[in-house]
Each structure stands twice: as structure tokens, then as C-alpha cells.
Design a protein around this ligand. Structure first.
Ligand SMILES: NC(=O)c1ccc[n+]([C@@H]2O[C@H](COP(=O)([O-])OP(=O)(O)OC[C@H]3O[C@@H](n4cnc5c(N)ncnc54)[C@H](O)[C@@H]3O)[C@@H](O)[C@H]2O)c1
Length: 313
């Protein structure tokens, strides 16, 4: 896995190790974890923009499947568009090339950011117009197309999901537009107050990380012949506004207050994305079904965050 120390990798690595065995899942990232962090399996330092580094790890560990997670997320990519192009596109192309020559399958997460302001906003179909206005979105659409190209041109088994904003408690989010959702939970538990950078009525799709991890594993395990789309499956679990999330948290944390100071950059990104996705292709082709809706996710997130904030015995 590339980018394994990020928000998704922090939970996907342990889940894959549980499925396949700790020593059969190689985590890698361009940065190294803080000293003292438990290493429960192989860990490599790998910059995904360097073919030789990817190739060396693939050879050394006889890799058969690459989960390519390394990327710059939407808000970070807007502040560093050139680096975002280099990492998101350069990494994607190199991973696909190594996968082609070493016969690996590839998982690649796309995003709701691959859509744009001219995409139908409500119940956005699987196959819809994609004219994103952010560097992140541009790299995500190009990554989807490149993945499809490697399927049809070279027969590389690449698969992917268009993920919505992910909510999790293990690792902090990496600079996306939907980070507010995680931040709101953390602030509710720690401070009972949160200042949200998106407007209260901004609709966006969200998903709890356990659902996302299961989706990534299930998609890669399904029989290839069942897939019509291969890449960029719309998946979602809920569509919600910051106001709705705040109200749900308030049911568990009385006195929790939220105010709003809109960040124009992230609001503009959010406004260019769909309000809700149609994930019927994922449901039909490989049986996708989310388990956590807004109330279930909220209850579990708060339980887990409260447990983490208790001093260890
Ligand atoms: N988290 C979400 O809500 C979300 C939603 C939709 C799609 N995605 C996609 O999922 C993937 C992973 O997201 P995440 O939230 O875990 O991101 P993150 O920012 O938390 O983690 C990304 C990791 O990539 C690493 N990285 C950066 N440059 C690298 C390089 N050159 N070589 C190797 N590693 C490098 C970083 O050190 C970081 O640990 C990304 O492609 C992202 O676009 C995430």
C-alpha cells in the first residue's frame, strides 16, 4: 500500500492484515511513522513518484496487488497545484506501469471531487458529465481514465471507488474539504464547541471508515467477470449537511455548540461537488451495501472518541 500512514491507510492496513496475514501486507509511505509506534508488519519508505522505488518494493516482497492511496487531498492540492499534479498523476502513472510489468492488480480511490459544477447535483449517476474545477478533481478524473485505459489496453486488473468524505477516529484527515465532519466530532468531545468552515446547509456525501474499508476489500475480492465498470464506482452511505451532523451530535453531547466561519476556498470546492450520489452500479455489480447511516456513525464515533480520551488504566 502506498500512502499507508494516512487517514485511510491507518485502518485499511490493519483490516488487510487481519484478512491476509500481517506479513503479507506491506505498508509504505513517503514519511516514516513517529518513533515507538508499533509495527505489526512490513513497512517501507517509498515515494510513489519514483518508479525504481515502487519496483524495488514490488520485487522484494513479491507484491501481487497494490493499494495506491498516496495523494494530495483537495484543499492541500488547491494550495499546491503543481505538487498535486506531480504526486497524484505521476504516482498513478508509475504505479500502473509497475503493475503492468509485474502483473499486479491495483486499487485506486477516486473521489466525489471527480465531479464538477456541471454534473447533476442530486443522485449523481455513475456515468455523468465530469468537468471538475479543482486540481484535485482534475487528477482524479485523469486517474479514473488512466485506470480504465490500463484495463482495456493492457488487461491490468485496476479497480476503484469514488469515495465520499470519510469519517474516522484513528488518524487525522489529510486536508480534504470534508475534514469538517471529523473535526466536529473531535471538538464536540474535547471542547463542546466547533467553528465550521462550510456553510450550515452544504450537502455532501459522507461515509464511516469501517464501511469504506469493507468496500475497498469487497471490491478487490469480487470475481472480475461480474464487473462492468471496474473503476470509479460511486459509493455512498449518507448525504448530510454540517447542520444535520451538528444536530445529531447534540443528541449525544448536550450543550455542544457550532458556529460558522466560511472558508471561501473550501466552500467553493464543496459547492462544485454533488449533493448526493447514486451508487446503484456498485450495489448491482458487486453487492455494495453501507452499514452505517448518520445516527449509527455518530453514536459509534462518539463512543470511540470518548474511550480514547479516557486515561489508560
Ligand atoms: N479521506 C477521504 O475522505 C477521501 C475521500 C475520497 C478519496 N480519498 C482518496 O483516498 C486516498 C487516500 O486518502 P487519505 O485520506 O488516506 O489521505 P491522507 O492525506 O490522509 O494520506 C495520504 C498519504 O500519502 C502520503 N504521501 C504523500 N505524498 C506521497 C508520495 N509522493 N509518495 C508516497 N506517499 C505519499 C502522505 O504522507 C500520507 O500519509 C487519496 O487518493 C484520496 O484522494 C480520500
Amino acid at each position: 500500500m502506498t500512502g499507508a500512514l494516512g487517514q485511510i491507510g491507518a485502518e485499511l492496513v490493519p483490516a488487510l492484515r487481519e484478512c491476509y496475514g500481517a506479513d503479507r501486507v506491506v505498508a509504505s509511505d513517503v514519511r516514516m511513522p513517529p518513533a515507538g509506534l508499533d509495527r505489526e508488519g512490513p513497512l517501507e519508505c517509498l515515494d510513489c513518484t519514483h518508479t525504481r522505488q515502487i519496483e524495488a518494493v514490488v520485487r522484494r516482497h513479491e507484491i501481487v496487488r497494490i493499494y495506491h492511496l498516496a495523494a494530495l487531498l483537495s484543499a492541500v492540492a488547491e494550495s499546491k497545484p503543481r505538487l498535486a499534479w506531480d504526486v497524484n498523476m505521476g504516482g498513478m502513472y508509475r504505479v500502473l506501469e509497475v503493475a503492468r510489468s509485474h502483473r499486479c492488480s491495483v486499487f485506486h480511490p477516486s473521489s466525489i471531487g471527480a465531479f464538477g459544477p456541471t454534473t447533476p447535483r442530486d443522485c449523481t449517476p455513475q456515468d455523468a458529465i465530469q468537468r471538475p474545477t479543482t486540481m484535485y478533481g482534475i487528477t482524479k478524473v485523469a486517474g479514473e481514465l488512466l485506470s480504465d485505459y490500463y484495463v482495456s489496453r493492457f488487461g491490468v486488473d485496476t479497480r476503484g471507488l469514488r469515495l465520499p468524505g470519510l469519517v474516522s477516529y484513528c488518524a487525522p484527515p489529510g486536508g480534504g474539504t470534508t475534514d469538517y465532519a471529523v473535526d466536529m466530532f473531535v471538538h464536540a468531545v474535547r471542547h463542546r464547541h466547533y467553528t465550521c468552515y462550510l456553510r450550515a446547509d452544504t450537502w455532501l456525501d459522507l461515509m464511516y471508515m469501517p464501511d469504506a474499508v469493507r468496500a475497498m476489500i469487497e471490491l478487490m475480492e469480487v470475481d472480475r467477470d461480474r464487473l462492468v465498470h471496474h473503476n470509479a464506482f460511486n459509493v455512498t452511505a449518507m448525504s448530510a449537511t454540517p447542520a444535520m451532523l451538528a444536530a445529531e451530535i447534540q443528541r449525544h453531547v448536550p450543550g455542544f455548540e457550532v458556529d460558522f466561519e466560511v472558508d471561501p476556498v473550501r466552500q467553493a470546492i464543496a459547492d462544485s461537488w454533488p449533493d448526493s450520489l447514486d451508487d446503484s452500479a456498485a450495489r448491482a455489480e458487486w453487492g455494495w451495501l453501507p452499514r452505517y447511516d448518520l445516527p449509527a456513525m455518530t453514536a459509534d464515533m462518539l463512543d470511540k472518541l470518548k474511550a480514547r480520551s479516557q486515561p489508560a488504566e
